[in-house]
Write a protein that binds this ligand. Structure first.
Ligand SMILES: [Zn+2]
Length: 210
């Protein structure tokens, strides 16, 4: 297998990052290997996790979106029914389908850099390679790998740019909204995440349940 180019924004995860992620998710993030992308303020936005957690559970979603402002914005896009439209478009657009399938292969190869969990060896995340089931997972890859790797992520991120961008910190206002009882848990997609999405269990208030 050819070596991949390094993840362009990857940095080590510090103790302080783990504490921030605990705040972002409302629980400990498990299997943390590094921070794949950060908010403009430096807080973790996408965490890179081991393919298998310490307790042996396979964890296919190895690029996991944690940044609350982005999680919330993506949830709002999901709530509009965008995933069904994108899945349909994939079925009808061979070029898009090819690029999305390549993103799936990249996901598997990237995860394999950290080890393997044979139960999920061919499972990437988010519904790839043929469906769009969890935009959080797809956007996680797009932010971690940079533009030009996942066409669906690139499209969603471009659409979100006016309200949520990795280059503009909205951590404070998102925290204020949430403490004011604003859109948090109810902004989240209600459908549970399957193994090829962001792992089992329903979505927690902070995003993809682990
Ligand atoms: Zn921030």
């Amino acid at each position: 297998m050819n070596a991949l180019p390094p993840l362009p924004y990857e940095t080590p995860a510090t103790e302080a990052d783990l504490a921030v992620m605990r705040e972002q998710l409302g629980r400990d993030m498990r299997g943390v290997r590094s921070i794949a992308r950060r908010c403009a303020c430096g807080r973790p936005a996408v965490v890179r996790t081991a393919p298998r957690l310490e307790d042996g559970t396979p964890f296919p979603t190895s690029l996991y979106l944690t940044l609350p402002s982005m999680v919330l914005a993506v949830s709002r896009v999901e709530a509009t029914g965008q995933m069904a439209r994108l899945t349909e478009e994939l079925a009808q657009d061979p070029e898009l389908a090819r690029a999305y399938a390549a993103a799936h292969e990249r996901y598997l190869a990237r995860r394999a850099e950290l080890g393997s969990a044979e139960e999920v060896d061919h499972v990437s995340a988010g519904g790839m390679p043929t469906r769009v089931k969890c935009l959080h997972a797809i956007v996680g890859q797009g932010l971690a790998e940079g533009e030009g790797v996942n066409p669906i992520a690139d499209r969603v991120l471009a659409e979100l740019r006016p309200v949520a961008s990795i280059d503009v910190c909205r951590c404070e206002e998102t925290a204020a909204q949430e403490s004011a009882g604003g859109p948090s848990a109810d902004g989240q997609s209600a459908d549970g995440q399957s193994a090829d999405g962001q792992s089992a269990g329903g979505q927690s208030a902070s995003g993809q349940d682990a």
